[in-house]
Design a protein around this ligand. Structure first.
Ligand code: PLP
Length: 448
């Protein structure tokens, strides 16, 4: 309460003196002023000066149901008053079991068990450690390599970060490089000049097949991929690409892990997109963010019954998946996720499906601007990619902070953008209306 009433500039000074913020540069670590955000309602947030902004990225792709939802806040209060915490080591809570059942009902194929974590990185980490455990118990300790892709973002823990394929994420950071093999990003905008989408897809699939046969399927434990690469710039792959990769994984006993940390819980109009949008039946799905609309740090993985049954039948019934977090299955997180699912089912999913074509169509009008190389996306996720020259699609001659500069202009005009070097990612709360989309696009146009 004291902080809320203090002068915005004083808060910024406190942060500069004492707060380490994510993704700092060495020159600014522990000394950075970022815009202060003090309130939120619906699709809007309010900054330190009291200015109302459209929350263009919905926090970090997460505030799907919108800010200040009484239904979510009150459930958190009620659950905390009933049971604020229970150890998942020796006990369990009702919300976690009920939520696992509801999530399992939505998951494709035979994915019917859920392990809860504290967010997306820990969900990915849990899935990969599960793969390692699974192959150890099956007597395949050599089968551990992980296939990941350029443009990927899977998290900030050591193993999940090792999978990241965005330029600059790994320049100054170490990783478990001996465990990871990187493949190409399925980015149609950056495909070779003049190549059709069909040939591009063939090329990606051929690279995958060649990698599996060169390394040997007996050495590869899993492929992990975002159905749509989110932080890599909303990369929508060619239609047939993911089903073909899924088939190669199945044929070679390689686990297919769909990282749906962004694409689940309504972002594409479904609870999970793997099945409903892409026709996939992954072995494991990881999720986070939208599961609680960002009201509580919760994530998890949904695991296939086939894998669990195989473990239960193995020759090592006492082998232990020695993995769990203090906040695994947190009752407050699970309770708010249940209330969030009620909201999604109660109209938000249908609204997201209905409004998505308008959102995409309006954003694409920005392609008229000379600085814009492409606007792409699907559902309520999109990316405006700026280039110095539309013919060569060259972003390199641009000021590298072009995204930051667009964000600064848009902030003045009433929109928070998620700048990614030369790209602006837009993924607003799913409750956005047509008029609000018009406002968002008008501001973005002027900002650019
Ligand atoms: N996976 C994907 C696809 C993500 O986009 C992110 C975060 O943006 C993560 C994993 C990591 O999630 P978290 O930041 O909750 O640890």
């Amino acid at each position: 309460r004291e902080t809320a009433q203090s002068n915005a500039q004083d808060v910024v000074e406190l942060a500069k003196r004492h707060l380490v913020q994510p993704w700092p540069t060495a020159g600014e670590v522990g000394a950075e002023a970022r815009p202060l955000i003090r309130g939120g309602e619906g699709i809007y947030i309010t900054d330190g000066a009291g200015k109302r902004l459209i929350d263009g990225p919905a926090g970090m792709w997460c505030v799907n149901a919108g800010h200040r939802r009484e239904e979510l806040a009150s459930v958190m209060y009620e659950q905390a008053m009933l049971l604020s915490y229970n150890t998942p080591w020796y006990t369990m809570s009702e919300p976690s079991a009920v939520l696992a059942k509801r999530i399992a009902d939505y998951a494709p194929g035979d994915l019917n068990h859920v392990f809860f974590t504290t967010g997306g990185s820990s969900a990915v980490e849990s899935a990969l450690r599960f793969m390692q455990f699974y192959n150890n118990v099956r007597g395949r300790p050599e089968k551990k390599l992980i296939l990941s892709r350029g443009g990927a973002y899977h998290g900030s823990t050591y193993l999940s970060a090792s999978l990241n394929g965005r330029p600059r994420d790994r320049d100054w950071m170490d990783g478990a490089d001996d465990l990871v093999v990187k493949l190409s990003s399925p980015n149609p905008f950056r495909r070779p000049e003049g190549m059709s989408l069909a040939i591009f897809s063939n090329m990606l699939v051929a690279e995958f097949e060649e990698t599996v046969s060169r390394i040997g399927a007996d050495k590869i434990g899993a492929f992990i991929g975002e159905p749509i690469q989110a932080s890599g710039g909303v990369i929508v792959p060619p239609d047939d690409y993911l089903p073909r990769i899924r088939k190669i994984c199945r044929d070679n006993d390689i686990l297919f892990i769909a990282d749906e940390v962004v694409t689940a819980f309504g972002r594409l109009g479904h609870v999970f997109s793997s099945g409903e949008e892409f026709g996939l039946d992954p072995d494991i799905i990881t999720f986070a963010k939208g599961v609680t609309s960002g009201y509580f740090p919760l994530g998890g993985m949904v695991v296939s019954e086939r894998l669990l049954a195989e473990l239960r039948r193995s020759n090592h019934p006492t082998a232990m998946y020695a993995h769990g977090l203090t906040y695994t299955s947190h009752p407050v997180g699970c309770a708010v996720a249940l209330a969030n699912l009620d909201l999604l089912e109660g109209g938000i999913l249908a609204h997201a499906q209905a409004i998505a074509p308008y959102f995409q169509e309006q954003l694409r009008t920005l392609e008229e601007l000379p600085l814009v190389g492409e606007v792409r996306g699907t559902g309520l996720m999109a990316c405006v990619e700026c280039v110095a020259d539309r013919e060569s699609k060259n972003p390199l001659e641009l000021d590298t902070s072009v995204g930051m500069r667009i964000d600064a202009h848009c902030h003045e005009l009433g929109l928070l953008v998620r700048p990614l070097i030369n790209m602006c990612v837009m993924s607003p709360p799913l409750v956005i209306t047509r008029d609000q989309i018009d406002d968002m696009v008008a501001i973005l146009r002027e900002g650019i």
